[in-house]
Design a protein around this ligand. Structure first.
Ligand SMILES: O=C(O)C1=C[C@@H](OP(=O)(O)O)[C@@H](O)[C@H](O)C1
Ligand SMILES: C=C(OP(=O)(O)O)C(=O)O
Length: 446
């Protein structure tokens, strides 16, 4: 049964809002814990559906994964290439990250692993990981077009490769490096555009040898020495900047707001949205910057104020790829036009986010254009009428983006199904309501 939600005009948003743990780091901490020998403790794990599916997958591979009464997760791993063959199909739910990283995990030893996911994940392309992993000797059986359900058949002997990413994707980079753990020799991934580097950071944290060279034009060459012994480690997961983006933009847009978002990850390869918002004139302060378990974090203080439209260059896309839905909402409220370039990867997320934002904003009365892979939003500077219901199509970020827009709408704005929000941001509506939002169950916009 779908669970529609209606977001009405908010009171000024105030207070300290603790957003959940980083999704990318949470998936990886469970995976590396499982590939390590000994105990890994994980504080601040995102207990969202995507990550819980990865926890269940690592259990299916024979690892012990438990949540302590103190909220700290403990993983007892099986070591590189020491996993069991899962007895049943691994269901990654809505998670592209879970599916693609775990396909790399499944590839690093001679076992056969079956994968599936929800209706969104089953339409997403897996060919992007199958291509490099095939070069390493891995075999696949999938539905047409490299879609799940599918099976990964790890070879007796993995071939280490050098692979240049044809698209900016940390998931593909990570899948190749994870598979490369099982290969004798060096596996190299060349990324023409830098993408989030949590896998490299965590490989080192767990004891692998990784070399990263900067390339002309901003790219990187990442080399992993295969068949390392990984050792269980403590991990502290920062608050997710991709989740913090929603309360941050809400606070910028709702007049009179001021919120503090503590302990948010500020890794520059994840922080493009905040850079962009500052260029738009946003009042965002990074207080108390520090490093926690190898990742930079800060407390974000966000105050409402006018935003100006700007041009967002294509080369910034990898550092804010999941933030375009909420940036498009900010752009709709800005003065002037915002041009977001180079968004081709948005078409293969949980939904076609380029199409979803263009249609949804247009339904709200915002003037929007899609030109090739660019999204152009003509800001009205002042609220939207609302009064419509936006189809979410199993996409958490589309759902949260329009609930934020509802906070500055005349008539309220509804989404047809809130269920997907629990994949990345359980408790989103309650957290926002505690700060001054008015999100409630409702079949239609008022
Ligand atoms: O590696 C990761 O944790 C992620 C990488 C990105 O995907 P792509 O690698 O497809 O760009 C991002 O959209 C996703 O939410 C998380
Ligand atoms: C694209 C996303 O995640 P995934 O690829 O893991 O489904 C996201 O969280 O916005």
């Amino acid at each position: 049964m779908p669970t529609p939600l209606l977001s009405r005009r908010a009171r000024p948003l105030t207070g300290t809002l603790r957003v959940p743990g980083d999704k990318s780091i949470s998936h990886r901490s469970l995976i590396f814990g499982g590939l390590a020998v000994g105990e890994t403790t994980i504080a601040g794990l995102l207990e969202g559906e995507d990550v819980l599916a990865t926890a269940a997958a690592m259990q299916a591979f024979g690892c012990a994964v438990e949540r302590g009464a103190d909220g700290v997760w403990r993983v007892h791993g099986r070591g590189v290439s020491g996993l069991d063959e899962p007895a049943d199909v691994i269901d990654c739910g809505n998670a592209g990250t879970g599916a693609r990283l775990l396909m790399g995990v499944a590839a690093q030893q001679p076992i056969t692993t079956f994968f599936t996911g929800d209706g969104s994940l089953r339409r997403r392309p897996m060919g992007r990981v199958m291509t490099p992993l095939s070069q390493m000797g891995v075999q696949f059986v999938t539905r047409a077009g490299g879609r799940l359900p599918g099976a990964v058949i790890g070879p007796e002997v993995l071939v280490p490769i050098e692979y240049t990413l044809p698209m900016a994707s940390a998931q593909v980079k990570s899948a190749v490096l994870l598979a490369g753990l099982g290969a004798a020799g060096e596996t190299t991934v060349i990324e023409p555009k830098p993408t989030r580097d949590h896998t490299e950071t965590m490989l080192r944290h767990f004891g692998a040898e990784v070399r990263v060279e900067a390339l002309d034009g901003g790219g990187r060459r990442v080399t992993l020495v295969g068949q390392p012994e990984l050792t269980g480690r403590p991990v502290v997961v920062p608050a997710d900047p991709s989740s913090a983006a929603f309360p941050a933009v809400a606070a910028l847009l709702v007049e009179g707001s001021e919120v503090t978002l503590p302990g948010v990850g500020t890794n520059p390869l994840r922080f493009g949205l905040f850079e962009t918002l500052k260029e738009m004139g946003a009042d965002i302060t990074l207080a108390n910057p520090r490093t926690e378990a190898g990742e930079p974090v800060a407390d974000l203080i966000v105050r409402a104020g006018r935003l100006q439209g700007i041009e967002v260059p294509a080369d910034r896309a990898p550092s804010m790829i999941d933030e375009y839905p909420i940036l498009a909402v900010a752009a709709a409220m800005a003065e002037g036009t915002t041009v977001m370039r180079g968004l081709e990867e948005l078409r293969v997320k949980e939904s076609d986010r380029l199409g979803a934002m263009a249609r949804g904003l247009a339904d709200c009365g915002v003037r929007v254009e899609v030109a090739g892979d660019d999204l152009i939003v003509h800001g009205g500077g002042n609220g939207v009428a609302g009064g419509v219901t936006i189809p979410v199509d199993l996409d958490h970020r589309i759902a949260m983006a329009f609930l934020v827009l509802g906070m500055v709408s005349e008539e309220g704005l509804a989404i047809d199904d809130a269920a997907a929000i629990a994949t990345s941001f359980p408790g989103f509506a309650d957290l926002m309501n505690g700060a001054g939002a008015a999100i409630a169950p409702g079949p239609e916009a008022a």
